[in-house]
Design a binder for this molecule. Structure first.
Ligand code: HMG
Length: 394
């Protein structure tokens, strides 16, 4: 009997500010349909100066750390490409802010948007040796490209925190994974820049070819085909990319099985509900997509198989699968209401307000600095003193 290991609980967080993309389009003199139809994006979350990957992570994880599970968390893996320190793992601040047990190990992982999926895979292997423990995986990122760049409408910021354990209530992870790694320069961020360098069109081609290669590896190892999966979730840099990814899988399947008819219920639409409003959450993006699917798909997905694709520029891709346990229905409405409220309660900014927040500069030499209070609830980044980052709960 194979071990049942997977995602027990999953919580999302995004800061309290958003920019409607029609306002951005207007300010940039671009037809709003390019963003809304062409990229499939409606809004994007905007990071205020008093939030960062740590405050977002603590805000996301605080919702799933109950007294019943707290002491069993022995490993925290923090996935990010927006690191705040070259040495210290961001998870240590979260561990402190949430008062987690000292008998715990904490590390930070990096490989663009892929690393949370690597953390999930590692957590699965770890838990097969430690069946009574839980692993906390956190994915937290701020996607920044720069004002007036083609990448600008594909920004966003968010955290996803999930517990991996032997009591999966949301997704039981299956053992087969297909992967593909290759040194390419489609997107990267040197240490001296706060915005990514990206070859946008090349990155979309690299995403699709990595999907095809990862899928082939997964299909060969699992002996499963397209129709063995009830739904698919993809990494979502912008919604249209996930739709194109799905079209690519459909095309691969129809080339292999020309007589197959297309089942449109498998299209990724419900997995995109949250991303269309949050934007790219980099490492968190696939898990935003998973939460969105589980909480918004009107069909009962109990005992159905999901296919998931994670892509991190540079590049590493992984295709894997999971079975939705029956218990997911017990969490569905509660989680959906919490996430809908999180997204709908954000304050919509004008384009000039967004530009002001975007351009707010934080000293980079460690000199004392206190952030303006814009986040009035939850954990916030307070400032820097003696080269030390300070956080508080309000
Ligand atoms: P662009 O050059 O501004 O856009 O950049 P475009 O001219 O290609 O237009 C986009 C789409 O809008 C096109 O559709 C147009 O036809 C359509 P497509 O041909 O692609 O189907 N369009 C319109 N539709 C309706 N009405 C109109 C209209 N005008 C045009 N009036 C690009 C787009 C995505 C390249 C840019 O935003 C960018 O560079 N984004 C950042 C990079 C990115 O997101 N890459 C995705 C793959 S890589 C990845 O996912 C990894 C990542 O998350 C990072 C990590 O791993 O850490 C990014």
């Amino acid at each position: 009997m194979p071990l049942s290991i997977g995602i027990e609980s999953l919580s999302l967080y995004t800061p309290r500010f958003s920019l409607p993309l029609h306002s951005l389009a207007e300010a940039r003199g671009i037809d709003p349909n390019k963003y809304i139809i062409g990229l499939g994006q409606e809004e994007m979350s905007v990071m205020p100066p008093d939030e960062d990957i740590v405050s977002m992570a603590a805000n996301a994880a605080s919702k799933i750390i109950t007294p019943e599970v707290k002491d069993s968390i022995k490993l925290i893996m923090f996935a990010t490409e927006s690191g705040v320190d070259q040495s210290k793992a961001a998870g240590l601040w979260v561990h402190h802010l949430l008062d987690l047990p000292k008998k715990c190990r904490i590390i930070e992982l990096k490989q663009a948007c892929y690393s949370a999926t690597c953390a999930l895979t590692l957590a699965r292997s770890y838990l097969s040796l430690h069946p009574d423990e839980r692993v906390l995986v956190i994915a937290s990122d701020n996607a920044r490209y720069g004002l007036n760049t083609p990448g600008e409408p594909t920004q966003g910021c968010a955290a996803a925190a999930f517990l991996v354990s032997h009591t999966p209530r949301l997704l039981e992870i299956e053992p087969e994974q297909g992967y593909h790694s290759e040194h390419i320069m489609d997107f990267w961020r040197p240490n001296y820049l706060s915005e990514a360098i990206v070859d946008g069109k090349y990155s979309t081609r690299a995403y699709l070819s990595t999907l095809a290669s990862s899928w082939d590896d997964y299909a060969m190892k699992s002996k499963r085909g397209f129709h063995d999966h009830s739904r698919f979730c993809y990494h979502v840099p912008f919604s249209k990319m996930a739709e194109k990814a799905h079209e690519r899988l459909v095309k691969i399947n129809s080339e292999q099985n020309p007589s197959d008819t297309l089942d449109i219920s498998k299209s990724p639409s419900h997995s995109l509900t949250y991303s269309k409003k949050i934007g790219n959450g980099y490492t968190a993006s696939l898990y935003i997509s998973l939460a969105s699917l589980l909480e918004n798909d009107p069909h009962d997905l109990s005992l159905q198989r999901l296919g998931l694709f994670s892509y991190g520029s540079g590049c590493v891709g992984e295709f894997f699968s999971g079975i939705v346990p029956k218990e997911y229905t017990l969490l569905k409405d509660k989680n959906r209401l919490a996430h809908e409220d999180l997204i709908s309660s954000r304050k919509a900014l004008s384009c000039s307000e967004y530009e002001q927040l975007f351009s707010h500069s934080t000293p980079t030499n460690g000199s004392e600095y206190m952030t303006p209070v814009l986040t009035e609830q939850g954990f916030r980044f307070k400032g820097v003193k003696n080269h030390e980052r300070l956080y508080e709960h309000v």
